[in-house]
Design a protein around this ligand. Structure first.
Ligand code: NI
Length: 168
C-alpha cells in the first residue's frame, strides 16, 4: 500500500469538482486501501479523493476511537438534512487551523461501497459532521469556505505563517 500525498491550501486543485465513479474494479479497491492508510497515518478521521488529487467521488471515514470502523463512500449523496450542530473542524488540507462550522445534526446518506453495492444509512453527531465535510471536498469546498470572509482571511493568514515557519 502507498501513502498518498495530501494537497494543502492554497492549492487550486482542491477546488476541482469530482466526477462519479463508474468502474468498480481492482484498481478502485487498491486506491481505497491507499486512501484509508493515508488517512490513518496522517492521522485524520476522513479523507476525500480530491485531497489526494484524484477527482472522483470517493471518501473514506473512520470516526471510531479504536480506528477499526473504516467507511468508504462512493458516489455519496445526502438525501435528507435536519437540525443544526456546531463543531470545531480541522482538515488535513488546512493543517493546524481549526474553526467552528455549522452543519446539519442529522443526515441521511445514499452511496455505493467499493464493490459497487448500494448502501444507505443515517448519521448524527461527529459522523454527520465528517460526512458533510468530506462531501464538500468532492464539490471543491473546504471548511473555511463556510466561515465569514473575515474569519476565513484570518485563518488563511495563519496558515501562510505556519507554512513559512515550517519552511525555515
Ligand atoms: Ni477536509
Amino acid at each position: 500500500m502507498t501513502i498518498l500525498n495530501i494537497l494543502t491550501l492554497p492549492d487550486k486543485r482542491l477546488k476541482t469538482v469530482a466526477k462519479p465513479v463508474e468502474k468498480f474494479d481492482a484498481q478502485l479497491k487498491i486506491f481505497v486501501a491507499d486512501m484509508l492508510e493515508t488517512m490513518y497515518e496522517a492521522p485524520g478521521i476522513g479523507l476525500a479523493a480530491t485531497q489526494v488529487d484524484v477527482h472522483q467521488q470517493i471518501v473514506v471515514i473512520d470516526v471510531s476511537e479504536e480506528k477499526d470502523q473504516p467507511l468508504c463512500l462512493i458516489n455519496p449523496k445526502i438525501t435528507k438534512k435536519e437540525g443544526q450542530q456546531i463543531h470545531e473542524e480541522g482538515c488535513l488540507s488546512v493543517p493546524d487551523i481549526y474553526a467552528k462550522v455549522k452543519r446539519a445534526s442529522y443526515i441521511e446518506v445514499e452511496a455505493q461501497n467499493e464493490k459497487g453495492e448500494n448502501i444507505s444509512f443515517q448519521a448524527e453527531e461527529l459522523l454527520a459532521v465528517c460526512i458533510q465535510h468530506e462531501l464538500d471536498h468532492l464539490k471543491g469546498i473546504v471548511f473555511l469556505d463556510h466561515l465569514s470572509p473575515l474569519k476565513r482571511k484570518m485563518a488563511l493568514k495563519k496558515l501562510e505563517k505556519e507554512k513559512q515557519a515550517k519552511a525555515l
